[in-house]
Design a protein. Structure first.
Length: 560
């Protein structure tokens, strides 16, 4: 063992001489806050004010479950086919436009599913431009003269969600393909495998753990979607929560459906862990060897270009152009006070949530670094990451229950002792939205911060301690400057995710308080697509920034 390795090993195995309860308390306090919505959902589900669970089981619940399963199966299957296929093509093959598609295939990330659902409905419905053109071209008079698929259906919802969610699989599959050893692929070619056989027998099995993670993320985002399924009248569990709470007025029934959704989430996470439980892989000696891509025949090059073009054209280019044409017609909205207020709400809420999540992530990650032998801190960090698995509608239920309980208790106390009420202090205020954002997106910040901190050698900690710096000063003067890029990435990704978040915002927002996402939902639901276009365009443009960062990060992992 080299001297440097030995020193690093000693630093990693040492135990801190002094335990500082402040870091420990903040880490566990953050984890418990994240767990509070989950516990609140289960508590209300078990002890509802009015139990209509038997009625739900006999009537609508089987429909919710069946539709949700079909939705998950359809979106998951198509996302894997598109994501894995395009990832292998741009990583392993030469064809026209390959370098463009490396980052362009990530662009649908920036497009919220509910936005393209509204746009494609406007394009493909009976009165839309496509069917009108077909009727004029072929002389058809009514819808009975021809058949055209109904966009507002389960199949339409599957297509819309797939177009914006397949990048999860593409992202992780491509990263896995880039990290694979070239020697293994070369050995398969020597043994007589064609490029396609090498893909099925070598590349795909090695990439299966990454694909499983991507599929789990796609499935959880599918469960989280509300805008698309609501607009298409698809009876999923997410739409069921909204219906039970706001239409039936039964919060207990909404919590019971939310508990069922949490069971789905746990099953998805468990299946993802099982899929990669027995698989381990290590980087080979040729980790940084330049990739040698396959040369395709002219016909296959054309097919490869077409296969990579379609997801980009359908998932981003067409919606972006249509959205842009609508937005240009409504530029006067930029001076309207109501629109400006909605934009300020979106940017302010997202910025506050992004900063808070990064601050909490720093505490969690640095606590683990200070006390690597305390498994309780590792547990706290894992618990704090569970919020990302919570669908927005479930999260809204979990947030409103404890906050409303607190508000009612304080109001009753003040009424009883001082003769005046305090009203809503936390629930029904922007605080509830920010809290929900922090719970849901803390995992994103924590992952980025932990990844950046892990790249800093422990010798830096020892050097700063020897110079008389305490842990807090070491964090401020040594670690934070070194992980600045990771912190910026975390802030940007959380900011964009919060800008697009619809279900939790729609349920938790105060009266007469809108964001760009709820503004788009309200007007698009009323068939006023043009009115919502400019707000939707702002959300999309903001979302392009992290897409570019992600693409550059992945491409930099290996030379072409």
């Amino acid at each position: 063992m080299s001297e440097t390795a030995a020193t690093t090993s000693l630093v990693n195995t040492r135990k801190p001489s002094r335990f500082m309860p402040g870091w420990y308390s903040v880490a566990w306090g953050s984890a418990l806050l994240v767990m509070l919505p989950v516990l609140a959902v289960f508590w209300l589900a078990l002890f509802p004010t009015e139990n209509i669970w038997p009625h739900l089981v006999e009537t609508i619940l089987p429909v919710y479950i069946q539709t949700t399963l079909l939705l998950l199966a359809g979106v998951g299957s198509l996302s894997v086919i598109i994501g894995v296929g395009t990832a292998w093509l741009v990583t392993m093959c030469h064809f026209p436009g390959r370098r463009l598609f490396e980052w362009a295939l990530l662009l649908p990330f920036a497009m919220p599913a509910y936005v393209i659902a509204y746009l494609y409905t406007d394009l493909l419905e009976y009165a839309g431009p496509l069917q009108s053109m077909l009727r004029d071209l072929f002389g058809w008079q009514t819808s009975r003269d021809y058949w055209f698929p109904d966009i507002r259906s389960l199949g339409g919802a599957i297509a819309m969600l797939t177009l914006v969610l397949y990048p999860y699989v593409y992202l992780l599959a491509r990263a896995s393909f880039l990290e694979q050893s070239m020697n293994i692929r070369d050995a398969s070619r020597i043994l007589g495998c064609s490029p396609l056989q090498s893909f099925y027998r070598i590349s795909l099995p090695i990439a299966r753990p990454a694909i499983a993670v991507g599929l789990a993320l796609v499935s959880m985002e599918t469960l989280n979607d509300f805008g698309t399924v609501d607009y298409f009248a698809v009876k999923s569990l997410s739409a069921g929560i909204y219906d039970a709470w706001l239409n039936m007025g039964n919060l207990g029934a909404a919590a019971q459906i939310a508990s069922l959704m949490l069971v789905f989430v746990v099953l998805l996470i468990s299946l993802e862990r099982i899929a990669r439980a027995q698989q381990r892989q290590f980087s080979g000696a040729d980790r940084f060897r330049s990739l040698e891509r396959y040369s395709l025949s002219p016909g296959r090059r054309l097919l490869a270009t077409l296969a990579c073009s379609l997801p980009v054209i359908l998932g981003f280019l067409i919606p972006f152009l249509v959205l842009g044409s609508y937005a240009v017609r409504r530029l006067e909205q930029l001076t309207e006070p109501g629109f400006i207020a909605n934009a300020v709400h979106s940017f302010a809420l997202s910025a506050v949530a992004a900063l808070l999540t990064v601050m909490i992530a720093i505490v969690l990650a640095y606590s683990k670094r200070l006390y690597p032998h305390r498994t309780s801190l590792t547990l706290a960090a894992r618990l704090s990451s569970l919020g990302y698995a919570l669908p927005g509608a479930v999260l809204a239920i979990g947030v409103i229950i404890p906050l409303a309980t607190f508000d009612n208790s304080v109001d009753a106390f003040m009424q009883r002792h001082f003769g005046f009420g305090t009203g809503l202090l936390l629930s029904g205020t922007p605080f509830a939205i920010v809290f929900a954002y922090c719970v849901r997106f803390l995992a994103v910040s924590t992952g980025s911060v932990e990844s950046s901190l892990s790249k800093i050698t422990p010798n830096m900690d020892m050097a700063s301690r020897s110079l008389g710096l305490n842990p807090l000063h070491t964090l401020r003067r040594v670690h934070l400057p070194l992980i600045r890029s990771g912190l910026l990435t975390a802030v940007l990704v959380v900011f964009v995710d919060a800008m697009k978040e619809l279900p939790a915002t729609l349920i938790l927002r105060p009266f007469n308080y809108d964001t760009l996402a709820t503004f788009v939902y309200q007007y698009a639901s009323d068939e006023k697509i043009e009115t919502s276009a400019l707000a939707a365009m702002l959300i999309v443009l903001v979302g392009i920034v992290p897409v570019i960062l992600l693409s550059r990060t992945i491409t930099a992992t290996r030379k072409g």
